[in-house]
Design a protein around this ligand. Structure first.
Ligand SMILES: NC(=O)c1ccc[n+]([C@@H]2O[C@H](COP(=O)([O-])OP(=O)(O)OC[C@H]3O[C@@H](n4cnc5c(N)ncnc54)[C@H](OP(=O)(O)O)[C@@H]3O)[C@@H](O)[C@H]2O)c1
Length: 211
């Protein structure tokens, strides 16, 4: 598939781009600046033509993945909204509020970042949330990753598509229910950060048992 990574110059974006590129997908790196996007495409061994402004990347792709800090989620989505019409947006946003990132601080009005994204994008874009609990550093590495991915979205077919993309990078994705359930995945990230700190480990993650 043609996949746009919006904010694809950052930690999570480059990690996902690397893995999806290795799996044979066509990647478009979106950024606020072409220079930053070019730096990322060079680092990833992608053609210069894959370096785009966020809006252009969204327009070029079949599906987009948002990987920007929570504070910039809304402004980035407003800037790409029209280019995402009739597409799926995978939202990886975790509503962390620095400096207290070990504390769950979900947005009070909307309940979670994924529902905020859906409200901004409207009915023409189907938001699916995923990747909140996986370490960007692990994705950037060449190691195999022992972490499952919770996938929330209101349409089963959309979740299926995202789960297939997750499986392409060697990970297990789970149907975790409607988009509002993303609150649990988003909250879990602060729990994992607290576990990392308190147990002196770098990349705690989650695996579903009982299979
Ligand atoms: N890091 C992880 O391990 C991890 C894991 C799971 C989920 N997440 C979530 O994934 C998202 C991205 O995390 P990250 O660590 O990859 O973030 P990051 O590296 O700090 O930033 C990602 C990109 O966001 C863009 N950005 C920065 N400031 C911006 C602004 N003012 N307006 C618009 N775009 C801006 C930048 O792209 P340009 O400068 O090129 O525009 C930057 O490269 C976050 O919501 C995070 O909670 C992260």
């Amino acid at each position: 598939m043609k996949i746009a990574i919006l904010g694809g110059t950052g930690s999570l974006g480059t990690g996902l781009a690397k893995r999806w590129h290795q799996a044979g997908h066509e990647i478009f790196i979106g950024s606020r600046s072409i220079e930053s996007a070019l730096q990322a495409t060079n680092l990833l061994g992608l053609d210069d033509s894959r370096a785009c402004l966020n809006n252009h990347a969204a327009a070029m792709a079949d599906i987009a993945c948002l990987t920007v800090p929570f504070a910039h989620q809304a402004s980035t989505l407003e800037s790409v909204k029209l280019s995402l019409a009739n597409k799926i947006l995978i939202d990886a946003t975790v509503p962390l509020v620095p400096p207290k990132v070990m504390r769950v601080q979900l947005p009070q009005d909307d309940g979670c970042a994924a529902l905020m994204a859906q409200k901004i994008l409207g009915d023409e874009v189907r938001v699916v949330s995923a990747f909140q609990n996986i370490s960007a550093e692990l994705l950037q590495s060449d190691h195999s990753i022992n972490c499952d991915v919770l996938v929330c979205g209101d349409k089963r077919d959309d979740r299926d598509l995202v789960i297939n993309l997750i499986s392409d990078i060697g990970l297990k994705g789970w149907h975790a229910g409607p988009l509002c359930n993303s609150a649990a995945a988003e909250a879990l990230t602060s729990v994992l950060i607290a576990i990392n700190k308190n147990h002196e480990i770098s990349h705690s993650g989650i695996v579903i048992t009982g299979v």
